[in-house]
Design a protein around this ligand. Structure first.
Ligand SMILES: [Zn+2]
Length: 430
């Protein structure tokens, strides 16, 4: 058993995303950035698995289905709520009205705490347990705090969350309270909350920071791509459209597809040899779109943060995305693009997805549909490129997380009151 653990440890390295300096993986938490150049760290699997056995060893479905591809050494440290294994739903009604051939939604709102964050958090908290941490912390616009507090409750690790005051959806706040997190509201926005959390965790090595700059989170989240390829019958989609806030999601999804393509996982996951990874399309809200702006300006190595980000899609109300460098790399390396949509387009796409396909997602999750609706109605060049392709949208969270955002747009006379008799009902139905 010991040798098996040692063997796995040797298959992964912790390294700088920018300068590629390597560090010992189990030292993570003593530092969060490259000790040489200060950039974010990533985990790279260096073993060639092309001739190894199937990774389907531990669970019948979900994140831990891919245990061999995740840098956790000991299975006994797994902290799980059966996350992942979410459906990939073909949206024929929407595809028809947009004029697209093949449109799918990976509905991540069906994870245990209602968002995609659970994929990363099961790995992040399992690793915290493996490294012996007793306290975990995050800054959050809501979903991260809900997810972290659920997994730490299960692991019985103390959980501290920082949220921007007045900028977090009610459902998400209720979750963190229920799971027993210690919650502090920061007078400022998400970016301020993350700055404070990072500074404390860098100073106090007893607290592990579990924001998406934590590369173990990315390692769990990348499994969304493994599942999409499996659900498409072992084939890559042509385009993946997803919301972008802090940049961790697009980073992880791209890492998953790249690993399938480059690292010899093709055989394991059944990817048709030679089919290239999808083009990644990151969609932001207009009031919080520093990555979309950098892309439009053709920048690769810098972004201009937005000091006062403003969007009702609270999950992506982030002006200074911590993973911007990785997110831009995902977009450029995949030949994809970044764009932004207005709050009005977001809310209309949210209603469209719910009323045409029966999928109720939170506002941020509707950004991919808003983007597709726009290019479809404009019949733009992007639309021409996509219309005969296989498109997968990653819809990150459940609509039940943030009912107020939707109800705000409901007109007072939209729901009529009637007397308790059939005549009254007949009258309004006529
Ligand atoms: Zn470096």
């Amino acid at each position: 058993m010991v040798s098996e653990i040692q063997q796995k440890r040797e298959q992964f390295v912790l390294r700088c995303f920018a300068c590629k300096t390597e560090f010992r993986i189990d030292d993570y938490g003593k530092f969060y950035r490259c000790l040489k150049c200060g950039n974010l760290l990533e985990i790279k699997r260096i073993a060639d698995l092309s001739s190894s056995k199937s990774p389907h060893a531990i669970a019948s479905y979900g994140v831990w289905n891919y245990f061999d591809l995740i840098p956790l050494w000991n299975k006994s440290n797994i902290v799980s709520l059966s996350e992942g294994g979410t459906p990939l739903i073909e949206c024929r009604n929407l595809a028809r009205s947009f004029g697209l051939k093949s449109l799918h939604v990976k509905f991540e709102g069906l994870n245990p705490t209602g968002s995609f964050k659970d994929r990363g958090m099961t790995v992040g908290v399992s690793k915290a347990k493996e490294l012996g941490y007793k306290i975990a912390m995050c800054a959050s616009t809501g979903n991260t705090s809900a997810s972290l507090s659920a997994y730490t409750a299960r692991a019985q690790i103390r959980c501290i969350v920082l949220v921007p005051k007045g900028k977090i959806a009610m459902g998400k706040m209720a979750q963190a309270i229920a799971y027993g997190a210690e919650i502090y509201q920061v007078e400022g926005n998400f970016d301020d909350s993350l700055r404070v959390a990072s500074e404390i965790c860098e100073r106090d090595n007893k607290i592990l920071l579990l924001n998406s700059l934590n590369p173990f989170r990315i390692e769990g989240q990348k499994t969304v791509s493994f599942e999409i390829v499996e659900q498409l019958g072992g084939s890559m989609p042509d385009f993946v459209v997803l919301p972008v806030g802090n940049g961790g999601n697009i980073t992880a999804a791209w890492k998953g597809f790249s690993e399938i393509f480059e690292d010899g996982l093709g055989g394991l996951l059944g990817n048709q040899l030679g089919k290239t990874p999808p083009m990644m399309i990151g969609v932001q809200a207009e009031g919080a779109a520093p990555i979309a702006r950098a892309f439009k300006e053709g920048r690769k190595d810098s972004i201009e943060p937005i000091l006062n980000p403003q969007t009702e899609a609270s999950a992506i109300n982030i002006g200074s995305p911590i993973s911007w460098m990785k997110a831009l790399a995902a977009i450029y390396d995949s030949g994809g693009l970044a764009d932004s949509v207005s709050d009005e387009e977001i809310f209309s796409a949210q209603k469209l997805l719910a009323s045409r396909e029966g999928l109720f997602v939170e506002p941020a999750s509707a950004t991919p549909i808003a983007y597709l609706a726009r290019i479809a109605s404009a019949r733009s060049d992007e639309f021409d490129q996509m219309k005969d392709s296989v498109i997968a949208c990653i819809c990150t969270g459940s609509g039940l997380k943030d009912p107020n955002a939707l109800l705000k747009g409901v007109k007072p006379d939209q729901i009529q009151t009637i007397s308790a008799d059939t005549k009254s009902l007949e009258k309004v139905l006529a």
